[in-house]
Design a protein around this ligand. Sequence first.
Ligand code: TEU
Ligand code: CA
Length: 545
Amino acid sequence: MSEHKWWQNAVVYQIYPRSFQDSNGDGIGDLKGIIQRLSYLEELGIDVIWLSPVYRSPQDDNGYDISDYRDIDPMFGTLEDMEELIREAKKHGIRIVMDLVLNHSSDEHIWFQEAKKSRDNPYHDYYVWRDGKEGVLPNEMKAAFGGSAWEWVPEVQQYYFHQFSIKQPDLNWENPKVRREIYDMILWWMEKGVGGFRLDVIDQIAKEPDLGITANGPRLHEYIREMSKETFQKGDLITVGEAWGADTKRAKLYSNPDGSEFSMVFQFEHVGLDQQEGKTKWDLAPLPLIKLKQTLAKWQTELHGCGWNSLFWNNHDLPRIVSRWGNDREYRKESAKMLAAVLHGMQGTPYIYQGEELGMTNVYFEDISHYRDIETLNLYEERLKEGYKPEDILASIHAKGRDNARTPMQWDDSENAGFTRGTPWIEVNPNYTQIHAKESMQDPDSVFHFYQKLIRIRKEYLVVSEGSFTLLYEEDPQIFAYVRTLGTQELLVCANFSKEPVVCPVIEEWKDARMLTHNYQTPLQKEFKPYEAVILFRDKKGAAR
Ligand code: TEU
Ligand code: CA
């Protein structure tokens, strides 16, 4: 066994700054707003905040298009505010993780402004260019947010490559100068005392556009190891790479316990299960529970002892889990807790996305004009042109659109949910009068307190962060249950993932175990109610409790 790292029993909370807390009434969340809410987060019990990008940015993709990596966007505050946040968070025992977007910059970054002036500009080679003729694209590659991945620049008579929007030109990692600039910038943030980094689409930095390669390019791990050595390894950081293209084999490289790359990656195999085979996330299909269990179990067992998992249902790109795989109507609280129990009982570092701890739901805007996300807006236009019916496109957006996660945090039942005293940049979910933090904090049986309990369990029982994993009832289409084992200690997580009752016979064998948490007030029986979930603990070494 490798030595224990601090982040192996830490819990991370993701903040999407523009939707968390507005402090000055301009309708946009900001750093001062986050500082005001630190005691709420301490109460929840989290150790780390992952902050989605707050750097200077034209906000074409809500900050994932950075025009200055060493400054804060005025919309969010100042560099001093950022330093204050790092300091204040520390007083609450919380570290701050910055979101590094290194695959691309904004087209308004000074590097790109220079790069597009002429081919012999010293910054030209900071980006990925190909010769061509206007109107004759270098190849057919598409951008993630629609349209071609190539954009013509008349001044240099070349196309630049962009995997995301036109305003997000890809950086050229083959150029050692680019890499050095990036490492110096990372070191600069480390000196400011940040606790770690989340690395945006890191598996796409080693792209080879001539070969049509975006993710997992041949030099990927070489670049990551160099970056890690030059930067992260000089501190005691938590680092997590976003890697849509990761399988378990690659994840073992990324999260090698020798620390040569990252602490862990976000992998998305489970996230893609409820879509039609070979199609996009917008082409909806029901979740195959058996597949979900197999997938998560595979990640649990294959990385055990030789890598490290991240655990998440949600982030700023994904729909709300209670609406997605739970039930956001009559069993909202029960299913939100069930999903939490299933995730937080596993090995890895859990990530909670803002509002998830309240059981916040998707938003169902009736008209496209309420949406703000570039991906959603582009999809709508594209599909309209392709002849889809508006109501069908909206149905996909209701299920999968990124704005589901981006409506303002619901703090209380006052106007705009206590998020802003101005006009919010995106409307608050109308259900804020029922679902909000104030209510959740007062109710001992709330989703909030359930999450708080799960975090405490992780800190108290070593078996949660270190135990091995055994899936039970593999072929059962309703039950999600598993046992974690560490020496003589055992933990059982048993959940009904469905709305119909189901019998879980294993409960009989655990009659004498200690109940750590349960999402129903009724006594535990082997017949599980809709979305019922329980976590039990026992120690075979006599002292069962
Ligand atoms: O996301 C990477 C990514 O691949 C997403 O665009 C994903 O495909 C999409 O959200 C799912 O439909 C990261 C960030 O998390 C995202 O917010 C950014 O827009 C993107 O990179 C570009 O920086
Ligand atoms: Ca503000």
